[in-house]
Write a protein that binds this ligand. Structure first.
Ligand SMILES: CC(=O)N[C@H]1[C@@H](OP(=O)(O)OP(=O)(O)OC[C@H]2O[C@@H](n3ccc(=O)[nH]c3=O)[C@H](O)[C@@H]2O)O[C@H](CO)[C@@H](O)[C@@H]1O
Ligand SMILES: C=C(OP(=O)(O)O)C(=O)O
Length: 429
C-alpha cells in the first residue's frame, strides 16, 4: 500500500491537532542515550523515523516503550550493548546524531554514514571538526565513522555554517566533556533549543541555545528526566497551513507555537492568506485570490527549506510569476518535475526556480522523491482536478503521523490504494 490517492477539489475546513516535532524528537532520543536514569518523553509523533530510532536505541541496550498515545519511556543502558546497525542507521539521517552522545558517554561510537532523503550532498565535516576539537579520534572505515576518546575536554568551535546537526552533535558531546565548550555561529532552529532544554532537564549546563553562541559547562554524568514534552512540529503545521491555502479553505491548527512559524506566516500573508494567531494555534483563511511571492530558504529564522516544496506546489496555481531560491539543499527541486507532470509551469536553473502560475493542476500518477516532495505532491493533489496517485509514500510516512486521517478530518478525499476501509471512508474506489 505504498500509494496515496487523492480526488482533488475539496476546500479544507475544520480543526486539526499538530503532533510533536520529528526533528526535535529524533535529537532528544539520541540525547537520551547519554542519560543514566529513566526518561519520559511526551508529545512524540508515532512516525516511521521515530520507530526506527527507537529500534536503534533498543539495539544499543536501552529499554524503550510507548506509554499511551504519544509518550515514550526510555530506560537507558548502563553499557553499550552494540553499535547502531547499518540496516537501521541508513534509514534515517538523524542516526548521525548518535556519534556525539555515544563517544561522550561510552568513549566509543561507530555510526554508518547516514541515509535519509536524497536532497543534497550533506557532508558531516562540521560535526567532525567539533568532535575532534573536543578530543575525539575519528576514522572512516567501510562507510562508517568510528570515534573513540578517553575523556573529552571543553573547546572552542566555530561552525562555518550554522548546521543544525553539527550544532546538536557537538552540543550533546560537550555536555559530558571536562570544562567549558563554546560553539560559535550555531543553528538557532527551535529544535536545537528544545534539545538544549531537554539536556538541561537531564542535568546538563547548556546556555545560549537560540542565539549565535552556545556555551556548555561539562558535567560528569547526566541523570534522567521525569517528564519532558517535545515541541510541536512546525513543518507538519506549515504543511497543513499551505494545504489549507492551496484548497482556498479555512482551517484552525491546534497545539502549535505560532512564533516558530513566523517566517512561513509572513510569506503566506504576503501571498494574501488571512492568518489569525492565537496562543497555541492559528486560523488560516484563504478564500480570496492569492498573489505571487518570492522565497529564499535560509537557516532559522529564515524561511525553512523543509517548507520549500510545499510552497512550490501552492504557488504553481497562483496567477503571476513566483521565484524560489533554495540555499540549503541543492537537490530539493526534484519535485518540480513531478509538479510539471500535473500541469505546473516551473523552470529550474541551479538553485532558482521560476514558477508561472497556471489556472489548474490535473491529477495523474506522480512519485515522491523525498519527504517534503511527497508532502508537496499531497498539496498539489488536494487542489488538482481529478485523481492524483502518489507512489513512494514511505517517504511521507517518515515524517507525518496519520496524514491522510488528519486530512480526511478536514474534508479531503484521500486514501491509501488497496485499503478498502480508508477508500470507503474517503468516498473513493
Ligand atoms: C533530522 C533533522 O533535524 N533534519 C533537519 C536538519 O538536517 P541537517 O542537520 O542534516 O541539516 P544541516 O543544518 O546540517 O545542513 C544545512 C547545510 O549545511 C551543510 N553542512 C552540514 C553539516 C556539515 O557538517 N557540513 C555542511 O556543509 C549541508 O550540506 C547543508 O547545505 O536541518 C535541515 C536544515 O534546516 C532540515 O532540512 C532537516 O529537516
Ligand atoms: C530533510 C528532512 O529530514 P532528514 O534530515 O531526516 O532527512 C526533512 O524533515 O525534511
Amino acid at each position: 500500500m505504498d500509494k496515496l490517492v487523492i480526488a482533488g477539489g475539496a476546500a479544507l475546513r475544520g480543526q486539526v491537532r499538530i503532533s510533536g516535532a520529528k526533528n526535535a524528537s529524533l535529537a532528544i532520543l539520541c540525547a537520551s542515550a547519554m542519560a543514566s536514569d529513566r526518561v519520559l518523553l511526551e508529545n512524540v509523533p508515532r512516525i516511521n523515523d521515530v520507530h526506527v530510532m527507537t529500534e536503534i536505541l533498543r539495539g544499543l541496550g536501552a529499554k524503550v516503550s510507548w506509554q499511551g498515545v504519544d509518550s515514550l519511556q526510555i530506560i537507558p543502558a548502563g553499557h553499550l550493548a552494540d553499535m547502531p546497525p547499518y540496516e537501521l542507521a541508513k534509514k534515517l539521517r538523524a542516526s548521525n546524531l548518535l556519534l556525539g552522545p555515544l563517544v561522550a558517554r561510552f568513549g566509543q561510537a561507530e555510526v554508518s554514514l547516514p541515509g535519509g532523503c536524497n536532497i543534497g550532498v550533506r557532508p558531516m565535516d562540521l560535526h567532525f571538526k567539533g568532535l575532534i576539537g573536543l578530543g575525539a579520534e575519528l576514522s572512516l572505515e567501510r562507510g562508517a565513522v568510528k570515534a573513540c576518546a578517553r575523556g573529552l575536554r571543553g573547546t572552542r568551535v566555530y561552525l562555518d555554517f550554522p548546521s543544525v546537526g553539527a550544532t546538536e552533535n557537538i552540543m550533546m558531546a560537550a555536555c559530558l566533556a571536562e570544562g567549558q565548550t563554546v560553539i560559535e555561529n550555531v543553528a538557532k532552529e527551535p529544535e536545537v533549543v528544545d534539545l538544549a532544554n531537554f539536556l538541561n532537564c537531564l542535568g546538563a549546563k547548556v546556555r545560549g541555545a537560540g542565539t549565535d553562541v552556545i556555551k556548555v559547562e561539562g558535567v560528569s554524568t547526566l541523570g534522567g528526566c521525569l517528564r519532558y514534552a517535545v515541541i510541536p512540529d512546525r513543518i507538519e503545521a506549515g504543511t497543513f497551513m499551505v494545504a489549507a491555502a492551496a484548497t482556498r479553505g479555512r482551517v484552525t491548527l491546534e497545539n502549535i507555537i505560532p512564533q516558530h512559524l513566523e517566517p512561513l506566516i509572513a510569506k503566506l500573508r504576503e501571498a494574501g492568506v488571512d492568518i489569525q494567531e492565537e496562543e497555541d494555534g492559528v486560523q488560516i483563511c484563504a478564500e480570496g485570490a492569492l498573489k505571487p511571492i518570492d522565497i529564499k530558504t535560509m537557516p532559522y529564522p529564515g524561511f525553512p527549506t523543509d517548507m520549500q516544496s510545499q510552497l512550490m506546489a501552492l504557488l504553481s496555481t497562483v496567477p503571476g510569476t513566483s521565484l524560489i531560491v533554495e540555499n540549503i539543499f541543492e537537490n530539493r527541486f526534484r519535485v518540480a518535475d513531478e509538479l510539471k507532470r500535473m500541469g505546473a509551469r516551473i523552470k529550474v536553473e541551479g538553485r532558482v526556480a521560476v514558477i508561472e502560475g497556471v489556472e489548474k493542476l490535473h491529477g495523474t500518477q506522480v512519485r515522491a522523491t523525498d519527504l517534503r516532495a511527497g508532502a508537496a505532491l499531497v498539496v498539489a493533489g488536494l487542489m488538482a482536478e481529478g485523481e492524483t496517485e502518489i507512489c513512494n509514500t514511505s517517504y511521507i510516512d517518515r515524517g507525518y503521523h496519520h496524514l491522510e486521517h488528519k486530512l480526511r478530518g478536514l474534508g479531503a478525499n484521500i486514501w491509501r490504494a488497496g485499503d478498502p476501509e480508508t477508500a470507503a471512508a474517503a468516498g473513493g474506489h
